[in-house]
Design a protein around this ligand. Structure first.
Ligand code: FAD
Length: 474
């Protein structure tokens, strides 16, 4: 049997691509090596982390957030096993949802490791070692990413055992709350998972190579966010690099001793911890795909593609974490839709200038488009409008006044180039900015749009007013 499309990998890139292709009438199959569909995002990424972030936030609210509202409760007790069950149930519902959608759209699935075997052929090696070869007109590689290894001062890779030395996967499944957690890397994943455990009672120290947290985000937002996290109990060691991790003690008493030094080498220190989370990034996953034999070009580990997601090998396309661009689920999904549409003869397209990023802490951080630093480095003259949540009535009613909205507009045209939000529900509010920017909107367009009162979204409008120095409530 010949397929129109075989997708290798069923993460948000692959499964969304398969569904869109089937909707457009392409005979589609998916090859997935893991027992469940959904990839990193649904199984060990976005979804389980958000389940634990929500549950741990509820725990912290019950402990500290309710009394100021006049809701008196006894100090909450943690049932970690029940919290983990909530996470597992959430994952289960989502991965089963993908299986349901595959059935609904008559997408065939093959369990096993997929490998390119020449033009239009994919070999699948099943979990029992059985090999079958599938024929297809087109192939989309959507094999995602894996945890980037951390190397010690001697260059040796630090082994992750998911008990004492953890990747994000292990940090989502601890059976006991660690007393002290060292997080290596103060990026999105480190700060989200660090927040989960801090809320549940862990002392969290984050070691970061750069002299700031949240690399890639607007510097002013990151600096304010750092202060808020410090108030919450995070201990940051910035401009510092890990030299090595030693294990001491055995069994229950086993600990990790993390040695680190300042990046300039002037100072060094050690921290003992009962868990270390390595969160220094992710690398494209291309193992066992047969890329070399098929002649598929890679650049710095990522599969090289053109604007239409085509690799250098005819009929082979790639999307998601395994190609250039931000490693985000919605970026992978958008690419999945676009490549399916291209294969069906339509004009699939992704606007890389308007891909939001969200950190799901409390407060949240959300951004879309250029940072102030990006605009300056490109020599663009900007007009910036900011509005603090302390001046927003709804935020006061919710006792969620930390943070602000920052809108960066082109000083000459007023077109919005970037929006950055630190605050409760920032991850929801950023969608308004993405829609505005997708339509090439101006700060004036946003300022003239009526926003319901009282809502957090009024802070968006006020920041847009502030671009022209006419905020009402400030
Ligand atoms: P993946 O989701 O990695 O899926 C790839 C799939 O391919 C996997 O199922 C894998 O088993 C399969 N595969 C690989 N090789 C083969 C092969 N040869 N044969 C068959 N199958 C194969 N992003 C967000 O946007 N929002 C978030 O909140 C967010 N939170 C995250 C939290 C954590 C802890 C982590 C680790 C990541 C998070 N991400 C988040 C990133 C997000 O998970 C990824 O960007 C996204 O999963 C990428 O999708 P993908 O389809 O490219 O790859």
């Amino acid at each position: 049997m010949t397929y129109d499309l075989i997708v290798i990998g069923s993460g948000p890139g692959g499964y969304v691509c398969a569904i869109r292709a089937a909707q457009l009438g392409l005979k589609t199959a998916v090859v997935e090596k893991d027992p469940t569909f959904g990839g990193t995002c649904l199984n060990v990424g976005c979804i389980p982390s958000k389940a634990l972030l929500h549950a741990s936030h509820m725990f912290e609210e019950a402990a500290h957030g309710l009394a100021p509202l006049g809701v008196m409760v006894d100090p909450p007790r943690l049932d970690l096993a029940a919290m983990m069950k909530h996470k597992d149930d959430t994952v289960g519902a989502n991965v089963n949802g993908v299986a349901f959608l595959f059935r609904k759209h008559k997408i065939e699935s093959f369990r096993g490791v997929g490998r390119l075997k020449g033009a239009g052929r994919v070999e699948v090696v099943g979990p029992d070692g059985a090999v079958q070869t599938l024929e297809t007109k087109n192939i989309v590689l959507a094999t995602g990413s894996a945890v980037a290894p951390l190397r010690d001062a001697s260059g040796a890779e630090i082994a992750i055992d998911e008990k004492l030395i953890l990747s994000s996967t292990g940090a989502l499944a601890l059976a006991k709350t660690p007393k002290r957690l060292v997080v290596v890397g103060a990026g999105v994943i480190g700060l989200e998972l660090g927040s989960v455990w801090r809320r549940l009672g862990t002392e969290v120290t984050a070691i970061e190579y750069l002299d700031r947290i949240l690399p890639g985000f607007d510097l002013e937002i990151a600096a304010r966010f750092q202060k808020i996290l410090e108030k919450q109990g995070f201990d940051f060691r910035l401009a510092s690099k890990v030299a090595g991790i030693e294990r001491t003690g055995t069994g229950k008493n086993e600990r990790a001793v993390v040695s680190y030094s300042s990046v300039d080498g002037a100072t060094s220190d050690k921290i003992e911890a009962d868990a270390v989370l390595i969160a220094t990034g992710r690398i494209p996953f291309t193992q066992s795909l047969g890329l070399e034999d098929a002649g598929v070009a890679l650049e710095r580990g990522r599969i090289v593609i053109d604007e239409g997601f085509a690799t250098n090998v005819p009929g082979v396309y790639a999307i998601g974490d395994v190609v250039r661009g931000p490693m985000l689920a919605h970026k992978a999904e958008d690419e999945g839709i676009a490549v399916a549409e291209i294969l069906a003869g339509q004009a699939g397209h992704v606007n890389y200038g308007v891909i939001p990023s969200v950190v799901y802490t409390m407060p949240e951080v959300a951004a879309v488009g250029m940072t102030e630093e990006d605009a300056k480095s490109r020599g663009i003259e900007v007009a910036i409008g900011k509005f603090p949540f302390t001046a927003n009535g709804r935020a006061r009613a919710m006792r969620a006044t930390d943070g602000f909205v920052k809108i960066i507009a082109d000083a000459a045209t007023d077109r919005v180039l970037g929006v950055h939000i630190l605050g409760a529900a920032a991850g929801e509010l950023i969608a308004e900015a993405a829609v505005l920017m997708e339509f090439s909107g101006s700060a004036e367009d946003l300022a003239r749009t009526c926003h319901a009162h009282p809502t957090l979204s009024e802070a968006m409008r006020e920041a847009a007013f502030a671009v022209a120095k006419r905020a009402i409530h400030m």
